[in-house]
Design a protein around this ligand. Structure first.
Ligand code: FAD
Length: 450
């Protein structure tokens, strides 16, 4: 007998319930990844994520080959390809992880139609707690993080599965080379893009548990310290299992581990919101009647924001880190998103799209719902708070080292003066594109005169 393990955002051998179940169900298994043309057509196949994905697939294939198997790659419509492979191999069961996006929902519905009872959908693969299992009484999801987190901490997580020893793949199943995946995207990836794949992810995880986690609670917001795990791309592509991460962090214990587990719960939180409200990827979760600016001034401001030339060095540093690495520190993400939506008063969708064009961890649930959270249309219980770039600079980049790292024009300016280049004689830097006090007044007025 043959079963199929369809890989989606779970590109790993360790703790993979989909692969585990497919192996238990039959003597042979086809590990299948479909390069779905719809994903490319929807604008998701951007150079940074395609490059990282290619690493992931090559690494997964290598891992499977060490176990006597290989990865089968097909390009086309996912449902059509899965059905075709299942038919050709006379597969009894097709296993796949449950997703939370509208896209994944449609794919699952179509698969059910095509495969009927042969389809097996697995929970708690892409998140630690399965969306829909942690709920307030009488509702389908939590709309506020703190009570969600309280309930989430009480969930008993399954024990992680070991990587399989052998993966017997039937012969004669056609596959495309990993390199074919590059056909999806054009353009070059960011120069500082990390290496993808489960092995690279595990190396980072080991180093993180050994020497980063302990100090995380104290250092997570220190922009220059760069002291977060940088595990987000590996979580996005599923090179690492969120269930395993929670177990291992809890085992380490201490305030760093507690703070880290809390961030992993934020990831689950946004996923359960999106699972319940898939439309929140593009419509306001909590509409507030915003009339976002889109005039010529706003168009110029958006261009300056994207280029990292707003005249506010901390904002600019974040945007330049994004371009250089395909990644940005969370504290900088919060600031640049607040700056776009609340200071420039530009629609969060504009910023979210730009992030998705570049982020290697770009993720519908985390990106869109964090943007909504910052814009005040999402789950923030204080939707009118505005982050001031100068106050943020004093708190999170007090010495200016983060700005000096990412803004070469200011690399020679010592200390915190780097945050106010307009006050420095002889330093040429774009003047601020917006007056903060005027912007704050505009925001209050727009928000209150809906
Ligand atoms: P760490 O601080 O080490 O945290 C560990 C893990 O917890 C992260 O890898 C991530 O999986 C999860 N996590 C941490 N903070 C959050 C959060 N606020 N929401 C959800 N999960 C979180 N994260 C993404 O993975 N993809 C995105 O597309 C994304 N877009 C964002 C957009 C905006 C406007 C903001 C404010 C945040 C966004 N985040 C996104 C969340 C967060 O910024 C990143 O997860 C984090 O910076 C990744 O770095 P790290 O792995 O070093 O995080």
């Amino acid at each position: 007998t043959t079963s199929i393990a369809v890989f989606t955002s779970d590109l790993r051998l360790r703790d993979n319930p989909v692969l585990h179940a497919a192996l238990r169900a039959a003597d042979r298994v086809i590990p299948l990844f479909v390069v779905d043309r719809r994903v490319a057509a929807a604008g998701f196949a951007v150079p940074n994520r395609v490059a990282f994905l290619r690493d992931c697939l090559a690494d997964l294939d290598a891992g499977l080959r060490e176990r006597g198997g290989r990865l089968v790659i097909r390009t086309g419509d996912a449902v059509e390809e899965i059905r075709r492979v299942a038919e050709q191999a006379d597969a009894g069961e097709v296993h796949i992880a449950g997703g939370v996006s509208a896209f994944a929902g449609r794919r699952e519905a179509r698969l059910r139609e095509a495969l009927g009872g042969a389809l097996r959908v697995h929970g708690a693969v892409l998140t630690a707690a399965e969306p829909g299992t942690v709920t307030p009484s009488g509702k389908d999801h939590f709309a506020v993080f703190t009570p969600y987190f309280r309930a989430w901490q009480g969930v008993e997580l399954r024990t992680p599965f070991a990587a399989p020893r052998g993966v017997p793949v039937p012969s004669g199943v056609r596959s495309e080379p990993v390199a074919a995946v590059s056909l999806l995207g054009s353009g070059s990836p960011s120069p500082g893009l990390p290496e993808g794949g489960e092995r690279a992810g595990r190396r980072r995880l080991t180093a993180w548990l050994r020497s980063g986690l302990g100090a995380y609670a104290d250092r997570q917001d220190d922009l220059a310290g760069d002291a977060t795990s940088r595990l987000s791309p590996y979580l996005h592509f599923g090179c690492l299992s969120p269930v395993e991460l929670v177990h291992r962090a809890r085992k380490s214990g201490g305030p760093g581990a507690d703070a880290f587990v809390r961030q992993l719960a934020w990831r689950d939180f946004h996923h359960q919101v999106l699972a319940a409200r898939p439309d929140a990827s593009h419509t306001d979760y909590r509409p507030r009647g915003d009339r976002w600016r889109s005039d010529d001034d706003a168009v110029a401001a958006i261009a300056a924001w994207k280029a990292g030339r707003t005249g506010y060095p901390l904002v600019d540093a974040g945007m330049r880190q994004l371009a250089a690495e395909g990644w940005m520190h969370n504290r900088a993400r919060l600031l640049v998103a607040s700056f776009l939506t609340k200071t420039l008063y530009v629609d969060w969708r504009v910023g979210a799209r730009h992030f998705l064009d570049l982020l290697v961890d770009g993720d519908v649930a985390n990106n869109q719902l964090n943007w909504q959270w910052v814009a005040g249309t999402g789950t923030d219980t204080r939707p009118n708070r505005v982050l001031n770039p100068l106050a943020q600079a004093r708190r999170f980049d007090p010495d200016g080292a983060y700005v000096r790292r990412w803004v070469p024009e200011l690399a020679e300016v010592p200390g915190r003066r780097v945050h106010t280049p307009w006050s420095l004689p002889g330093v040429s830097y774009p003047p601020p594109i917006v007056d903060l006090a005027e912007a704050a007044a505009r925001f209050r007025e727009h928000r209150h005169t809906r």
